[in-house]
Design a protein around this ligand. Structure first.
Ligand code: GDP
Ligand code: MG
Length: 740
């Protein structure tokens, strides 16, 4: 091998491809650097826009010379003096000419120079002849058959032996799939054409020979009646002797070169299978994308050398798998560059327990997806359709798995953030409303905030939608989010109910404080409305004290309930919630009343009231005029009457009894049964009420006892002492008045 040729195993450089690239060497090894040459010559990116030509013919018939002249290539030619074979194996080179005889040649013509057949130098190794023919046939659109003029008609000649091989191999090669049988052009170049026999005659002779050969080959079953025209088109050209007619040779070669352009079948031509004009018909193309050619050729060669049945459709599928996987990996690298940082960011946020909504995830994800699939489509769709479709789905699957996880994470983050934002916003608005004097509409706040939060979430989910990709529809997540907001709203409403309850309870307490205080204060004036019931020693005011307290109390509670219900309804509280709320309110109000009563009857307070009551009766006459005691007055009598009258108040005060029924108020019906809607915990903070909560072991009697027996007696003793003090004072003043 010459040092300036790029052979198998050499490291490729631009210079090393000067003479083209050795596809297969003399040891039948395939050159894995083939694709480097394709890249170097910018054929790799050409897709289907390239053409492959091979040359066939006996040794030393000027094949390499022809190619070099036609395409400006630099294939080795036998030196004129040494006459031994120079071309070894199969070489490939790109056409170096842009035009020929003023005509633009097709782009990216790749020429394969095949080692001469005949096997003259190779001796008994006829095997390579067959294998290289097979290889050329599987890959080439045009097969140039180089033949001396004097060989034409020599049916037994070595060249015809080669053609027989080509035909047989062709039938075997494409047996598997008749549908995909590609046509090839057999283009005869008749060398050293003297000119005495016209080309037309030579053509006739050659066609006759070819037909003979075709009929002589053994055809596989089912193809017995096939014709040579089913598989091949023909073309013919003659060239003058290169050495004897040098100038003419060059110009004729130029004319021949101008035919290497795109062509079309001329329906009206004499012979359907004879080509004139442009030689490259679309149907000759093997449809192997240029960037997959080396892999495909290697697979084909591998099958050939291993003597396997050459199954080109399978080869094409294998190639498609290989290349589609390769392209898929490439596009995934680009996809990764966009998606991985986002995945990491999301994972980190989750690790830190702060799920984060990534900005512009939808556009980034969709852009990366579209770009990856588009890039895959551009490169891979040239390959076997079935494989391409499957591999595209695989790629989409991989991309979508990644995006799905990312998008789910995004929506989870949006969901969590949304719920937090919602409850915070509602709480803040409520707080602000409370600060501003409580004039806020809870239901309105909730519905506004819910709408806002839902819109943000929806926008996020919609931002993730990729057109035509069904899994990017996140309607169910929307519904889930809304459901959770409703749940949170429910909790917030409950809190609001509690706040409302506290407010109303406070209001009840303050009203009770005033109103009940007023009723007890009335005890201080013993004469009020006294006339009618003077006989009984008690005024009407005193007698119906508890009726009035009960009325005032139920009136306040009723009013409070109305306030509570109105407000609760305004924020869509349910009937059950309202029922539980008012039930709690009544209980708490009763407890508040009891506390207020207890406060009123506290020792010092009640004693003061009794003393006032007594003094009022003792020190004022019936007309309400203060008495000036004189020694003649019946001080003892007045004193006893007033004292007894006031003393009668003590048993009255001791029990909460209605004058109308002589019984405690009907607390059980007032409070009502525990509503069925009350949840566990609703009654936890409620003080037990005797007679209402039976299991507490306290009766209604006890609940409505204001002063215990011992307290009563104690009060009697202390009041008497106080009254005695007033009496003594009155006595003294009467005597003193006389002394004056
Ligand atoms: P290959 O073995 O078929 O590739 O033949 P080469 O191109 O190496 O040429 C073999 C010999 O034929 C060389 O010595 C060439 O000079 C010679 N040769 C090339 N072209 C022609 C031609 O058109 N006519 C004749 N008679 N000889 C030629
Ligand atoms: Mg040669």
């Amino acid at each position: 091998m010459n040092g300036h040729m790029a052979g198998v195993g050499d490291q490729p450089t631009a210079g090393s491809f000067m003479h083209g690239v050795q596809v297969i060497d003399e040891d039948k090894e395939f050159n894995t650097n083939l694709n480097e040459y394709f890249q170097l010559e910018h054929v790799a990116e050409a897709g289907f826009n390239y053409h492959l030509i091979s040359v066939f013919g006996s040794q030393s018939t000027g094949k390499s010379t022809l190619l070099n002249n036609l395409f400006g290539t630099d294939f080795s030619v036998m030196s004129e003096t040494q006459r031994q074979q120079t071309t070894k194996g199969i070489w490939l080179s790109k056409n170096k000419r842009a035009e020929s005889a003023g005509t633009k040649m097709a782009e990216n013509i790749l020429v394969m120079d095949v080692e001469g057949t005949d096997g003259r130098e190779r001796g008994e190794d006829q095997d390579f002849e067959r294998k290289s023919a097979l290889f050329a046939l599987a890959t080439s659109e045009v097969l140039l058959v180089n033949i001396w003029e004097h060989q034409v008609g020599l049916y037994q000649g070595a060249n015809m032996g080669l053609l027989k091989t080509v035909f047989e191999v062709n039938l075997q090669l494409f047996l598997k799939d008749k549908q995909s049988t590609p046509r090839s052009l057999l283009f005869f170049v008749i060398r050293d054409h003297i000119g005495t026999t016209p080309l037309a005659n030579l053509r006739e002779t050659l066609i006759q020979d070819l037909t003979k050969i075709w009929s002589s080959i053994s055809k596989p079953q089912g193809l017995e009646n096939s014709r040579i025209e089913d598989y091949f088109d023909f073309g013919f050209a003659a060239l003058p002797h290169k050495i004897l007619q040098g100038e003419k040779f060059v110009s004729e070669v130029q004319v021949l070169g101008s035919r290497f352009t795109a062509g079309h079948r001329n329906k009206g031509s004499r012979s359907e299978n004879e080509l004139e004009g442009g030689l490259f018909l679309p149907e000759y193309h093997r449809r192997i994308p240029a960037d997959g050619f080396s892999v495909y050729a290697e697979g084909v060669w591998d099958q050939i050398v291993n003597n396997k049945d050459l199954d080109l459709p399978t080869q094409q599928e294998l190639l498609a798998q290989f290349r589609c996987d390769e392209i898929s990996r490439e596009v995934l690298v680009t996809f990764d560059n966009v998606i991985s940082p986002l995945e990491e960011k999301q994972a980190e946020a989750v690790r830190l327990g702060k799920p984060t909504v990534l900005e512009d995830l939808g556009p980034s994800g969709s852009k990366a997806r579209v770009a990856a699939i588009k890039a895959f489509e551009i490169q891979a769709s040239r390959y076997h359709k079935g494989v391409y479709t499957r591999k595209r789905q695989e790629l989409e699957g991989k991309i979508d798995t990644r995006l799905k996880a990312l998008y789910q994470g995004q929506l989870t983050a949006a969901h969590k953030a949304g719920v937090v934002a919602f409850s915070e916003a509602v709480s803040n608005k409520v707080k602000a409303g409370q600060k501003a004097g409580g004039a806020y509409e809870f239901a309105e706040i909730v519905s506004n905030e819910k709408k806002k939060t839902l819109e943000i979430f929806k926008a996020e989910a919609e931002g993730l939608v990729i057109e035509g990709v069904p899994w990017t529809n996140f309607k169910s997540q929307n519904a889930l989010f809304e459901a959770e907001l409703d749940e949170v709203s429910g909790k917030l409403r409950k809190e609001e109910m509690r706040r409302l309850a506290v407010r109303v309870e406070r209001w009840v307490k303050s009203r009770l404080g005033e109103a009940i205080g007023v009723e007890f204060n009335k005890l201080g004036s013993g004469r009020a409305g006294s006339d009618a019931s003077e006989a009984e020693g008690k005024s009407a005011t005193e007698k119906d004290l508890w009726d009035r307290i009960w009325n005032v109390f139920t009136g306040i509670v009723k009013e409070a309930e109305v306030r509570f219900v109105d407000r609760a309804k305004s924020f869509d509280a349910s009937d059950e919630e309202v029922e539980v709320g008012t039930w709690r309110l009544r209980r708490k109000s009763w407890v508040a009343l009891r506390e207020k009563i207890d406060e009123e009857v506290m020792e010092g307070n009640i004693l003061l009231k009794l003393r006032e009551n007594f003094e009022d009766k003792f020190r004022y006459d019936e007309a309400g005029v203060p008495r000036i005691w004189r020694p003649t007055d019946d001080i003892e009598g007045i004193y006893t009457k007033a004292r007894e009258s006031t003393l009668k108040l003590i048993p009255l005060l001791s029990r909460f009894r209605l004058a109308s029924t002589y019984a405690p108020p009907d607390l059980i019906s007032f409070i009502g049964p525990q509503p069925s809607g009350a949840e566990a915990g609703d009654e936890e903070d409620l003080a037990p009420i005797g007679g209402v909560d039976e299991e507490e072991g306290k009766s209604l009697e006890e609940e409505t006892t204001v002063l215990s027996e011992s307290k009563r007696q104690d009060l009697v003793v202390r009041f008497k002492k106080t009254a005695d003090g007033v009496f003594v004072e009155a006595k003294r003043s009467a005597i003193g008045g006389v002394a004056q």
